[in-house]
Ligand binder design. Structure first.
Ligand code: SF4
Length: 348
């Protein structure tokens, strides 16, 4: 029987390494990303380029919680809630409250995180904080209001997101991270402006290399603004000083500036892949496990639950699935296949 942390007591034997999720490449899987909706109130040009029209199901909070508990009993220590746009789910604070009450195999609080486009954040920052969220990541691809509206295809979006970021800071969410996907020809001219934004607003700005996860066929190797280009642009503004990673599995390369003001991260999955330390799996809004962003297949965990599966059945399915986790992505290699789902239907 799967002993979820709540079921473990002092008399149970210590947690064995074999209790913890590990893939066949020897990587410990400690990080679960749960998409709680693939609906979104933005239509960002590098994500929802086409109109694949696909709308996947959303599950109940209780169903996500049940699956999350089994993952936690298998060694998950960090849960990031994503979407689509997770703030569109009214039950989000309830889910956060329930998750923040759970403990890892080691009896520690879960590391809870959330990624949002920030459009609803001004009014939601306090309730999210009160529900147990301690930090937040906001997707924002320009600090120029017109350019931002062209990217999101939503008028007035910049002012909403900026107000949301400031409300998050006032609510005590810390750190507030701002993720910017760089796309050549769209926003590579925003790099230095974002460096200034990081210093003025006291947020951590992270630049992300564009990955082939969009709905249509916009991605080309030339559309990628590489880590090297980003550091060159930033150093033209102020000298970058490398910072140590927070954890081995951290995806961002971290920097501050020579005066110690501001923090920048660069996530470079295309030019500096970090698959060797990957500790992540994803649960889609309709309850499918994706072992890698670039998987060609989904694994229907929710189906096991629907068929009346026990926690043991769910755990066994998760273990078998994680064991098949891909070693790495093959972006830009001959024969590279785009994943079977686009980013909006996977969750960040
Ligand atoms: S591409 Fe796949 S294996 Fe590589 S870091 Fe991302 S999720 Fe992990």
């Amino acid at each position: 029987m799967v002993l979820t942390p709540a079921l473990r007591n002092e008399t149970d034997a210590a947690v064995r390494p074999s209790d913890r999720l590990t893939d066949r490449h020897g990587r410990r899987i400690t990080d679960l990303r749960i998409s709680i909706t693939d609906r979104c109130n933005y239509k960002c040009v590098y994500c929802r380029t086409g109109n694949d029209g696909a709308v996947y199901a959303e599950l109940s909070i209780a169903e996500y919680l049940r699956m999350a508990r089994v993952f936690i009993a298998l060694g998950i220590e960090k849960i990031r809630l994503t979407g689509g746009e997770p703030l569109l789910r009214r039950e989000l604070p309830q889910l956060l409250r329930e998750l923040s009450a759970l403990r890892t195999l080691d009896g520690e609080p879960l590391d809870l995180a959330l990624t949002t486009n920030g459009h609803l954040l001004e009014e939601m920052a306090e309730p999210l904080r009160a529900a147990g969220l301690s930090r937040i990541t906001v997707s924002m691809d320009a600090v120029d209001a017109d350019k931002f509206a062209r990217i999101t295809r939503v008028p007035g979006s910049y002012q909403r997101v900026l107000a949301g970021i400031r409300a998050a800071k006032r609510a005590g969410l810390d750190p507030v991270k701002v993720n910017c996907v760089l796309l050549r020809g769209f926003n590579e001219d925003q790099i230095v402006a974002f460096a200034k934004f990081s210093r003025e607003e006291g947020v951590i700005v992270r630049f992300i290399e564009f990955m082939p996860l969009e709905e249509d066929r916009l991605w080309t190797p030339e559309s990628v603004v590489s880590l090297r280009e980003i550091t060159t642009a930033l150093n033209s503004f102020k000298l970058l000083v490398p910072l140590a990673p927070n954890a081995a599995s951290e995806t961002a390369v971290r920097y501050t500036f020579d005066d110690g003001v501001g923090e920048i991260g660069i996530i470079a999955p295309v030019t500096q892949a970090f698959c060797g330390h990957c500790s992540r799996v994803r649960l889609t809004s309709d309850g499918k496990i994706r072992t890698c962003l670039f998987s060609q297949t989904d694994h229907d965990l929710y189906g096991v639950l629907q068929r009346g599966g026990s926690d043991d059945d769910l755990a066994a399915f998760i273990r078998r699935t994680v064991d098949q986790k891909e070693a790495r992505h093959h972006i830009g290699e001959p024969g590279f296949l785009k994943p079977s789902r686009s980013m909006v239907h996977i969750g960040g």
